[in-house]
Design a protein around this ligand. Sequence first.
Ligand SMILES: C=C(O[C@@H]1C=C(C(=O)O)C=C[C@H]1O)C(=O)O
Length: 181
Amino acid sequence: MHDTLDWLKAECLPASLGAGKRAWLFDQGSLTRRLQALAQGQLEVRILAEGWQHLRDDECTALAAAPASMGWVREIYLCGRSEPWIFARSVARRDALQAAGLDLQNQGARPLGELLFSAQGFTRGELQTCRYPADWLPQAVRETGHWARRSCFTRGELGVLVAEVFLPAFWQAAGIDPHRR
Ligand SMILES: C=C(O[C@@H]1C=C(C(=O)O)C=C[C@H]1O)C(=O)O
């Protein structure tokens, strides 16, 4: 397991990372909203998996949870013009969700961003990036080297850790060479 997965802050990234990719990776706004514009409104959430699972080591560390804590896991594609552009995995501690009375189980195909960027009192923490482990990706998009970012949205004791992996089809749609750093 990648318990030593290093998520890097903006200032730790190689200077060689292209400005186009860096701008997308570290944009503080709602990714859903930006993608809706890029897809001219043809953006949908495709749910891949949801449920209570033991969280990964890097997730437990980020959420200040004991190793292998139980949490709600939501894995989706954000599809632009019916093509997977983003793989996203969002997790939160079960104890914190229950204490907050937040019901992520019924989010369904509504973008999580509508909850996290609405007036619900969530604050976004620092954005970090990494090259996402291929074996954490769905089989259909399993390649090494995809840029990912993550941040934690907090409200009181509750943290929702959102990781977004930018797939080659997205970079092409954004007019950025997916093979350049
Ligand atoms: C956090 C956001 O929500 C987006 C929607 C997600 C979902 O519905 O599961 C997951 C990650 C994000 O890309 C956002 O819009 O920035």
